[in-house]
Design a protein around this ligand. Structure first.
Ligand code: ADP
Ligand code: ZN
Ligand code: MG
Length: 493
């Protein structure tokens, strides 16, 4: 067998992402889009495809699609058309899906992803078009296949990327960027488990340095970031192995099976669907005026990457922090509200707020499975806690206790501090007494310290903190101890 290294090949990937739009009603009828309703209750003659029932386009679908198109720098077609995509499937009562084929509403945009080395890369967006979802088949082993048509006619946008992606990792970054954008724009809930965001991956490999694309396969059934990464890694390796043995890749659709960690053929090109697209005769072309486009453009929120850069700049926080804070728009809003509530704003305090959010706040959100909107400590109270901490009125240990109390109390941090006598103790006379106690209870420490075991200093500070129930000012305790041990601070460090 010819020896071929994986490194001799390069992957070429393009993603097709379907996002369910957060409209209250379906794309072409007035049925509710509510997820989880009793099966087959959100249906009507239009979405069931009864003869003679006519679709009417939901204006909000166009509005939402425009948002995504403009946020990704697409050109908006002033006049676009719907088409029928014909195929037979039990969960498609009309026998066709209303979609867009030629002349999609948005085309020619890009999404920026941030690579691990901090550089950015543009992934081209070929097109974004509107379409309706099909129903859902539920394969129940005991009964049979059940059909729920509630999802029929729910609006989707399909976002098709250029084959600009070069690795499974980049594919995940791209998909995360798309999801984040959709959520920032408030047009999709981004829930991959419930199928609000679905992804098909097209992948081929070629000899490194070649300027021609290889034959691609399309991988379906990718319902998490992890599965996108695993499936692509598997498929790339499989294709390389086939080529390395002198074989050829067949253009086909393959199914990802997460339990076995492999892809298997679903249908080959020979059996590929011929959708017999043709213009939808029941809908007039969609006309979008320049005024409409400009209004939507003006109303776009600040987008994730721009916000990330602004947070770094304006608050002096590290890129890492900013990346976590902008993960969700509401989290970044919380951070900025807390910063805005500081009476004496400073970079040190901004960083403290960021630290609290990245550690304790996110931990609580995760534990309670809630989002920041229902987090019990309002940004104003977190700001006050940070000020008490920054002014050294309370020690960081007390700050943690206080944080825990604030979770279940509506009180202001300063009230609790006064009420509970949590104020940090900086009374040197009192602290000296505690230092003496620590030394007399641990008589061997002085000797150890003088023999060079500087670590005992931390231990002694800890003892004093314990005697004071966490209220002692640790910096002052440290200074007093150093004086008592007869060393200068510089020497001990
Ligand atoms: P199809 O006609 O099979 O639907 P398209 O040209 O519409 O193919 O492309 C579908 C997706 O496949 C796009 O995201 C595109 O970027 C990607 N794609 C196209 N050619 C290749 C290739 N050779 N390798 C990997 N991805 C590709
Ligand atoms: Zn309906
Ligand atoms: Mg296609």
């Amino acid at each position: 067998m010819q020896s071929v290294h994986t490194g001799d090949y390069e992957a070429v990937i393009g993603l097709e992402v379907h996002a369910q739009l957060l409209t209250a009603t379906k794309a072409f009828c007035r049925c509710s889009t509510q997820y989880g309703a009793a099966p087959n209750t959100n249906v009507c003659p239009v979405c069931l495809g009864h003869p003679g029932a006519l679709p009417v386009l939901n204006r909000q679908v166009v509005e939402f699609t425009l948002r995504m198109g403009l946020a990704t720098g697409c050109t908006i077609r002033p006049r676009s058309r719907f088409a029928r995509k014909n195929y037979f499937y039990p969960d498609l009562p009309k026998g066709y899906q209303i979609s867009q084929y030629e002349d999609p509403i948005c085309y020619g945009g890009f999404v920026e992803i941030e690579l691990e080395d901090g550089t950015t890369k543009r992934i081209g967006i070929t097109r974004i078009h509107m379409e309706e979802d099909a129903g859902k088949s539920i394969h129940d082993h005991d009964v049979d296949t059940l059909i729920d048509l509630n999802r029929c006619g729910v609006p989707l946008i399909e976002i098709v990327s250029e084959p600009d992606i070069r690795s499974p990792g980049e594919a995940v970054l791209y998909l995360q960027a798309i999801r984040q954008l959709l959520m920032y724009l408030g047009i999709c809930d981004g829930n991959m488990e419930e199928g609000s965001l679905r992804c098909d991956a097209n992948v081929s490999v070629r000899r490194r340095g070649s300027d021609r694309f290889g034959t691609k396969t399309e991988v379906k059934n990718l319902n998490s970031f992890r599965n996108v990464e695993r499936a692509l890694a598997y498929e790339i390796e499989r294709q390389i192995a086939v080529l390395a043995q002198g074989g050829t890749i067949e253009q086909e659709t393959r199914m990802w099976d997460a339990s076995s960690g492999s892809t298997r053929p679903m249908r080959s090109k020979e059996f590929a669907h011929d959708y017999r697209y043709f213009p939808e005769p029941d809908l007039v072309p969609v006309e979008v005026s320049a005024e409409w486009i400009e209004r939507v453009r003006a109303e776009l929120p600040e987008l994730p990457l721009a916000r990330k850069r602004r947070l770094q700049e304006q608050y002096g926080i590290p890129a890492y922090d900013a990346g976590i804070l902008i993960a969700e728009r509401s989290l970044a809003d919380y951070f900025e509200r807390a910063c805005g509530a500081l009476r004496e704003p400073s970079p040190e305090r901004y960083k403290l707020i960021s630290n609290w959010i990245m550690t304790e706040v996110l931990r609580i959100l995760g534990e309670r499975k809630i989002d920041i909107g229902s987090f019990p400590i309002e940004p104003e109270r977190l700001a006050e806690l940070v000020e008490l901490q920054a002014q050294r009125t309370i020690s960081s240990r007390i700050a943690k206790e206080l944080f825990a109390e604030l979770l279940s109390s509506p009180a202001r941090p300063s009230e609790l501090v006064a009420e509970r006598g949590m104020v940090q103790v900086s009374d040197a006379g009192y602290l000296e007494q505690l230092v003496e106690r620590a030394l007399s209870e641990n008589p061997d420490t002085i000797e150890k310290y003088r023999a060079g075991k500087v670590a005992v200093l931390g231990f002694l500070v800890g003892q004093v903190m314990k005697y004071s129930q966490g209220k002692a000012n640790p910096e002052l305790v440290r200074t007093l101890l150093l004086e008592r041990l007869g060393h200068s601070d510089a020497l001990a460090r």
